[in-house]
Design a protein around this ligand. Sequence first.
Ligand code: NAI
Length: 780
Amino acid sequence: MSVADIFETMEYGTAPEAAAEALAWLVDQGDRFGHFIDGAFTKAGDGFDSKNPATGEILATLSQATQADVDAAVKAARKAQPKWAALGGHGRAKYLYALARLLQKHSRLFAVLEVMDNGKPIREARDIDVPLAQRHFYYHAGMAQLMDSELPDAEALGVCGQIIPWNFPLLMLAWKVAPALAMGNTVVLKPAEYTSLTALLFADICRQAGLPKGVVNIVTGDGAVGEMIVNADVDKIAFTGSTAVGRRIREATAGSGKALTLELGGKSPYIVFDDADLDSAVEGLVDAIWFNQGQVCCAGSRLLVHEPIADRFYAKLRARMNKLRVGSPLDKSIDVGALVDPVQLQSVSSLVEANTAGERFVSEAELPAEGCFYPPTLITGLNPADTLMQEEIFGPVLVSTTFRTPAEAVQLANNTRYGLAATIWSENVNLALDIAPKLVAGIVWINGTNLMDAAAGFGGVRESGFGREGGWEGLSAYTKPKGNAKPLKSIDAFTGEGAPADPVDRTAKLYIGGKQARPDGGYSAPVWGKSGALLGHASLANRKDVRNAVEAAQAAKGWSRTTGHLRAQILYYIGENLAARHDEFANRLNAMQGGKSGAKEVDATVRRLFTYAAWADKYDGQVHGVPIRGVALAMKEPVGVIGALCPAEAPLLGLISCMAPAIAMGNRVILSASEPFPLSATDFVQVLETSDVPAGVVNILTGPQSDIADPLARHMDVDAVWSFGAGELSGIIEKGSAHDLKRTWVNNSIARDWHGTAGEGREFLQAATEVKNIWVPYGE
Ligand code: NAI
């Protein structure tokens, strides 16, 4: 073949990467692996084979952890944790740095082992997975170093259980282990059963780095082992994987007090406008959906094309697809490798075969005769409700439809239960930056796709889970506020039989959609003062009232689009109007609670309103410097509709401590008032009515919080639920939220000093915002 012929056909020769070193490492380990517990490998137990999905060859035998193994790993991590945290930021930074260096030193071994175990192309493992894993350790070595000075009020959670999937085995390990260790936690990690080998190599690296024993523990096995970790004595579970398992973990940890972050599935839109650079948009799709065979949670798997260019774009795309090379993952010149396992291959093909809608195009790529290979596939002309437009395929299959206007593109993009990522392709910066904030997603890429970096938070909304990994925002997933929390004691309402102080019936109504509303059930309950005097009646809200309040809050969407400046003015105004009625509120608090602390509580409440008026236009996002020709804009966005069970104690201050940060950040709220002392909340309605607060922004319900918690947690139009109420409510909320995986912030085991710094500040602002990372091109 002449050079001219080669140019004509673009045929490449093969360029296989040698597997010898990786195979030798496996042989050195005896081909049978135990677990890595307390700094040493255990003897291999009963187990299962780990296979190369491209060839079917058995690479090693892994052990299925028993309950005793998991217990031993948790015990080792528990024992190691205080000393590890006490090393201080610099002490830990040195170890993280050493791990980063060793990952770098052995990077080829890691890449080749990853490829053999997972089936991904060597080009990707070598150039993306392994360098990014190193980057995470370097970056978080820095975070450990800075923790003492930059996060003086934060401390480690304790022992973290970490369960990771098979699509980026080493990278997901790095995402989980690096920040946990940096913040002073110890870990028990379970890799996915298909792909545990690089985690075991990492264990070896931990030994080489002299990491104190017990800081990193790795147990292998299937979902049953994952369940054991979830149920073990750990302080946090960090999970990446399918939405179905994420939901199960949410249910299993409900009410346990364990912290939880979930990075789940996605069906991320990839939007191509008619003014896009079509060739680069096509090339972007190669990275969006054929990267890692489409087994990527944030894959741009749902293509939305502007109608005027659709035919031209599809033609270019099909031509490009025909040039994709599918083949041996160890070959440096292939684009698409093997799916992870025959089970995944079966799952992808059965989803595609069951589809009868649209038009299917399959690339002409020649597939190897053996192994888990699936051809790059495009299905056009689907309807938004078609299964393949809604379900995560997790394979090299792109589905597509067209749109006519930017508004329709946004509607289609958001027409999913997921909210992980989105890609916009347009040469018009105005259009791209107009669309980005409208997309319901944790990450938006403009004229790029699947960009990830340790400095930028990664994570989603809706059923894509909650919590962020990476960046400053990711650290909160591995820390808690310092201090010895006092346990919360429940407060009973006073009882009495006294005659009403005022013979006129005083039944406080609910406050829904800017109006005082009678409760749907028509019931109310007396509120007695400490002296036994009848102070009035409070309405008993039921699930219908919750629904009405959610509807009203949803209708007040305009609030989320207002400026911080406007919200600040309204908060100041609320504060001013409350101050004007200082004595009346102080007397009410004294009458309800007894004692004379009412005036102090009203003063503190006014101050708190001013604090959040101040924050309304100052809780800024960040610009993350990421190592590309671009930046990631970490934008703070409102969560949406937040339901909050306010504390029983501090009936006015507690109510405002929930309301003010939420509405300052642009959320609409449904507040469930202090159960024993509800009347300050209902009096407060008059302050709201005179303070220019738009209808539906603040809704106030009274009655037993146990009746309100469950419908709030289950309501699909509520985006987050907070609880400062009685202990048992946290379980109800967390369990109810599993349904749509909404964010929860339950604090009910901790007695907060509402007058002190624990009652306000960044912790509240963080709960009141989502961070959306928008990657934009920037610089040369
Ligand atoms: P999976 O969610 O079952 O597995 C992920 C991890 O969770 C593995 O380590 C597994 O052993 C563990 N696990 C399984 N059941 C568990 C349980 N009850 N408690 C605790 N841990 C448990 O994912 P699977 O079955 O391997 O893949 C199925 C589908 O999930 C894929 O086709 C894809 O759609 C999605 N997926 C999404 C991922 C993502 O990154 N978002 C990653 C992997 C899978």
